[in-house]
Structures are given as C-alpha cells and as structure tokens.
Design a protein around this ligand. Structure first.
Ligand code: FAD
Length: 419
C-alpha cells in the first residue's frame, strides 16, 4: 500500500503513527511544504521571544520519520490527479498513492488593508515568519499587533519579553472575544496592561502608511517599526477544491475522516468536525484535535474503521504568567451564570438548559480537568450543588459530589446511590 500525506506538522505526525500501528510495511511519503519537518506550531512565540533557547521546537524529530521508514519530501503539492491517483509536486515529481491524506492546516488571513504589502507588515504563523520578525526586532522598537486572538496575544507576550513597546488593536469591544466573556476579558486586560501592553479595543486599522505609521479608523496614528497581522486564519483547502472534493469552510469529512473521494482522507485544521458543545460540524483549529484526528485517519487509511466522536473547543494558555483555560460554548440560551473572583483568580461557569456549557478559569489550572470532563460528557449536576460550592471559593473541592457519582456511573461501577 502507498500512503501519501500532504503537510508534515501535527495531523501528519499523528497519521504516521496511526498508519504504522496497523501497517508496518506500507510505503509512506510525507510532503513537507514548509521544508522544516514536523514542528510544534504553538511554540513559535517562545522561539520569537528566545530564539537561542527554543532553537529546537520539533513536534516529531527527523529520527521519528526515519524510525517509521517515512520518505520526507521538502516540496509543495500542487495538484491531485484523482483519475491517475497521483499527486503532482512543485519540483516536477509525480507520486502515486493508494490512500492520500490532506493535512494542510491553515494559513493566516490577511485583510486587504492599504499598505499591507510593505515588508515591515508581517504574519505570524510559521517558523519562517518568526525568523523574519526577529530580523527586525530590537529592544527600542515599536510594534503594533492587529487582532487579540491567541496568536496575537502570544506574539504580544513574546515581543514584550524582548523589550519592545507593543500596542494591540482589536476591532471588538473586548479582547480575546472568541474564548473570553466580557467579564473575563476585563480581568485579563488589566493584567496585560499592568505588564506593559497598550490595548486599543473597538478600533480598526485602515492603512499602513510608508512612514511606518498605522492609521486607525478614528483618525489616530500609531508608530510601528513592525506590524504583526493576527486577524484570523483560513484552512488551506485549495488542493481539495481544485480536484473537486466537497469543501465548505473546511474540507468535509465523514466520521472516519474520508473526504467525498473514498481514497482521500483529511485531518487537522483543514477539516470541519463535530463540535460536541454546539452539536455543529465546524472548524476546530486546535493542536490536540489535529493530532488525534491524524492518528485515527492514519489507522483508517490502513484499513481500520475508527469513528471519531467529535471534540470540544478547549484553549489552555499562559499569558504573562497568568494561566487561562476556556472551554465549551456559550450560546444565546445561557440560563445561568455563576462567577467567583479574587485579585488574581477568576471562575465563570455558564449553564444552558441545566448543563454546564462553558467555563473560563483564570489561574485555576487544577479544576480544569473535571470541568472539561463535565462538558465533554454532558454531566448533569444540580445547580444547587454548584452554588453552594462556589460560595466557598473554587478549588478542587468545588467539584460537586454528583460529578463523582456520574463518573462512577459512566465507568459502569455498581450502585451509584450516595449513602
Ligand atoms: C502562534 C500559534 C499559537 C498556537 N497556540 C495553540 C495552543 O495554545 N493550543 C492549540 O491547541 N493550538 C494552538 N495553535 C494551533 C495549532 O498550531 C494548530 O491547531 C495545529 O498546528 C494544526 O495542525 P495541522 O497539522 O492540522 O496543521 P499545520 O500545523 O498548519 O500544518 C500543516 C502543514 O501543511 C503544509 N502545507 C499546506 N499546504 C501544502 C501543500 N500544498 N504542499 C505541502 N505542504 C503543505 C503547511 O505549510 C504546514 O506546514 C497555535 C497556532 C499558532 C500559529
């Protein structure tokens, strides 16, 4: 059997592991468009802050590919010929496949703002991006970051650590709007401002002027030696679209990661999968999901029939020494919200139809595990138990007794009645 994987990062590494658990001998070729092997994309901000210390951010080393007898090809895939079952590369090579995996991930979305093409306006998504930013960096410089998602925030953290003066512009009213509620964002904003980050919300950039000025909609200007565009990402679906596979925002796959062509699979940031919280099939660009999807897709390419159950949105990140964990989804039907806070800790629990639907925990890493299980397994915990426990301040003791009963029940252990 000939397996070909396009992309060499997280989903691709998972797929190699998945294939090899089933098929120790089949030929595997991995097409590495970035020519950097499999590296841990979230660590590029650590590389940006401390390039000497984080010189190696391999996700899987060259030895991993050698051990699994994988041919790693530094090239970009340009076209899929579904009739011939061939992948055509930019170096002129054509590679035959029996099973193909698209693990092409995403790329930064760059809005068409006048002046965006200037060489001091950068994206921040690859090691090459971080290297090119580092060439411009020194401690006297001023930086403007567009977008306050996790990528923008991690870029801000790294640049503050390098001593730059950093401003961040967010078009929404509050920072990190996709993962934080307004209340949680307010607390994080205060912390980040205390650490030196200049945050401007409800404002948009309308032009990058040649004299290193960033023009805002309000008419104000910010000086910038370097700009980082962190306005969002888009899945790299071009190969799939061009060969006629079904693509929406991401590539459509079934629960076994097959695309609309049964010999072509897809996994990672490039696909749409089931979000267990919203019940919708959607983009879920997260590293642990990408690896798991790649692993299952790889095993299925080699003949297994693993069904993916879906995943939950879960972001766990540290920013300027503070830890944030945000998981789940708060729809419009939130029927109860419980909040607790002190000077440096915050917990928000959002309920829908009686179930916990989202939580945000700042500097409370120890309770994230059980809360995430409650979301994933949709455990029904009476709200009276929550209220009582929240009143004494969150800790592991906040986990309601019913949680443990429910876990016992799900794990199939005997009588679940509490004595
Ligand atoms: C700064 C930053 C911080 C992040 N932090 C977190 C975090 O804290 N937690 C988290 O869960 N996730 C985080 N992420 C997201 C995480 O990195 C992604 O979810 C993960 O990398 C997805 O893996 P993937 O294999 O699907 O795609 P990718 O890692 O994007 O890899 C896809 C690869 O395919 C290559 N490719 C595309 N097209 C072709 C082609 N035609 N030919 C050959 N190669 C091609 C691409 O160049 C790329 O190298 C972060 C991302 C960034 C940028």
């Amino acid at each position: 059997m000939k397996y070909v994987i396009v992309g060499a990062c997280i989903a691709a590494a998972g797929a190699v592991e998945g294939i090899r658990t089933v098929d120790p001998r089949g030929e595997i070729a991995v097409i590495d468009g970035e020519k950097r092997g499999s590296y841990t994309r979230p660590l590029i901000s650590y590389f940006l802050a401390e390039p000497e210390r984080f010189i190696n951010i391999d996700y899987r080393s060259p030895a991993f590919f050698a051990k699994h007898n994988v041919r790693l090809l530094p090239a970009r895939a340009e076209r899929i010929d579904r009739q011939q079952k061939q992948l055509l590369l930019d170096n002129g090579e054509a590679i035959d496949y029996d099973r193909l995996l698209l693990a092409t991930g995403a790329r930064p979305w760059i809005p068409a703002i006048p002046g965006v093409e200037q060489d001091w306006v950068k994206s921040f998504y690859t090691i090459a991006d971080a290297e090119s930013i580092n060439e411009l960096v020194d401690a006297d410089k001023e930086m403007v970051i567009i977008g306050s998602g996790l990528i923008g925030m991690k870029a801000a953290e790294a640049s503050l650590k390098q001593g730059l003066r950093v401003s961040l512009v967010e078009k929404e009213e509050t920072i990190m709007p996709r993962i934080m509620t307004a209340e949680a964002a307010f607390i994080m904003r205060k912390h980040l401002e205390d650490c030196g980050l200049n945050i401007i919300t409800a404002e948009e950039v309308v032009a990058f002027l040649p004299e290193h000025m960033v023009k805002l909609r309000s008419g104000e200007h910010l000086r910038a030696d370097i700009v980082i565009m962190a306005a969002g990402t888009r899945p790299q679906t071009e190969l799939a679209t061009a060969c006629g596979l079904i693509v929406h925002k991401g590539i459509e796959v079934d629960a076994q990661f097959r695309t609309s062509d049964p010999d072509i699979f897809a996994a990672g940031d490039v696909i749409e999968t089931l979000n267990l919280c919203s019940g919708q099939t959607e983009l879920m660009a997260l590293l642990p999901h990408a690896h798991r999807e790649g692993l299952l897709a790889g095993a299925n390419m080699a003949g297994e029939e693993n069904h993916y159950q879906g995943g939950i949105p879960l972001n766990s990140v540290s920013l300027m020494g503070w830890h944030i964990c945000s998981a789940g989804e708060a729809g419009k039907e939130a029927d109860k919200i419980l909040r607790w806070q002190n000077e440096r800790q915050y917990l928000e629990l959002i309920f829908e139809k009686g179930y916990l639907s989202k939580y945000i925990a700042i500097n409370l890493p120890e309770i994230s595990g059980p809360l995430t299980t409650m979301l994933e397994k949709k455990l029904m915990i009476p709200q009276s138990e929550w209220e009582e426990l929240m009143s004494s301040g969150p800790s592991l003791s906040i986990i309601p007794a019913t949680y443990w009963q429910e876990i016992r029940r799900l794990e199939g252990y005997g009588n679940t009645e509490c004595c």
